[in-house]
Design a protein around this ligand. Structure first.
Ligand code: ATP
Ligand code: MG
Length: 290
């Protein structure tokens, strides 16, 4: 999906971005933004905004609806180019590469900066099951109005914050920059644990993972979605990715998440490598050592 919007990126002008930001600003208080509001928030005259909006609509960067009056909103396409524009202007990325993973919660792709690889993670939380998220995610606070874009932005912010906090102490990719729902981070070598078969000493790898769980717990963080899909293994390195749902150890869900993280990993190594470990004992030893 990013491909389509990114291909338009080069053709966008300064006033297109101003218009997109005007729609974004209007969406802080309503789902659909009238043209007059876009004009006020962007600082552009109404006729210029009308021209820009119809152009951006043609590129699928804004969505138009005729209600009592014509109104607009941003979708992920427009949000993607706004975020990307900021990272380009910060000098974090200068060209885009291929796709690394597309799923429900994120679109991950490689990019280049001065010849070296960077990973761009476009968060997509809120795209599916918006209502479920609305009910369950405590990070929305008591704000009354929010769009799915806002939910994705909060998820990216959280992930970036946890990566920043852990990087240098735990085995996580280095976070470079963050804007809106987009994070730029280190491109890791290797593959998801689920896709490799550990030929020698899988037990050593299991211990490495459990050491990481313990270390991050000591640093005050629980991952909350640990599994063979969020562990990246290279020949000489292991990293844990995908941190937006992480919680502090004093969070009400921390115990539940920690137990589940340990269980997921232990279960996977039992099934695939016939290694028998007791998740309950591991949990106790981690919690008691803190
Ligand atoms: N820093 C990175 N370096 C290399 N590959 C990465 C990196 N981050 C993510 N990936 C790849 O992209 C995939 C998805 O990333 P991640 O797990 O962070 O997102 P997700 O929320 O699980 O997304 P989805 O719902 O699409 O699975 C990963 O499983 C991995 O293959
Ligand atoms: Mg993942």
């Amino acid at each position: 999906m990013v491909d389509r919007f990114i291909s338009e990126f080069g053709s966008l002008e300064k006033d297109d971005f101003r218009t997109l930001r005007g729609v974004e600003e209007g969406m802080k208080t309503r789902d659909w933004v009238p043209v007059g509001d876009v004009s006020i928030f962007s600082g552009l005259p109404v006729d210029e905004v009308e021209y820009r909006l119809s152009r951006l609509g043609g590129l699928d960067l804004v969505v138009r609806r005729s209600m009592d009056q014509v109104r607009f909103r941003l979708d992920f396409g427009g949000y993607d180019v706004l975020a990307l524009n900021v990272l380009v202007s910060r000098g974090v990325v200068d060209s885009l590469g291929g796709e690394l993973g597309v799923g429900k919660e994120a679109e991950v792709r490689s990019a280049l900066m001065g010849g070296s690889e960077v990973v761009l993670k476009f968060h997509r939380e809120g795209k599916v099951n918006f209502r479920g998220i609305r009910r369950s995610r405590d990070y929305l606070g008591d704000r009354e109005h929010f769009s799915k874009l806002y939910i994705a932005k909060l998820a990216a912010e959280r992930e970036y914050r946890f990566l920043k906090r852990l990087y240098g102490e735990a085995r996580v990719p280095e976070p470079y920059s963050w804007n809106r729902h987009l994070i730029a981070m280190e491109k890791l070598k290797g593959n998801e644990l689920s896709r490799v078969t550990l030929e020698n000493d899988p037990e050593f790898v299991l211990d490495l993972i459990l050491d990481e769980v313990e270390k991050t717990f000591k640093l005050g963080v629980v991952h909350g979605d640990l599994s063979e899909y969020n562990i990246i293994i290279a020949e000489d390195e292991l990293k844990i990715i995908d941190w937006p749902q992480a919680v502090e150890t004093d969070h009400q869900l921390a115990t539940k998440y920690l137990k589940r993280d340990i269980k997921n990993v232990v279960k996977y190594f039992k099934k695939k490598y016939k290694i028998d470990r007791n998740p309950e004992e591991i949990f106790k030893s981690i919690v008691n050592q803190k």
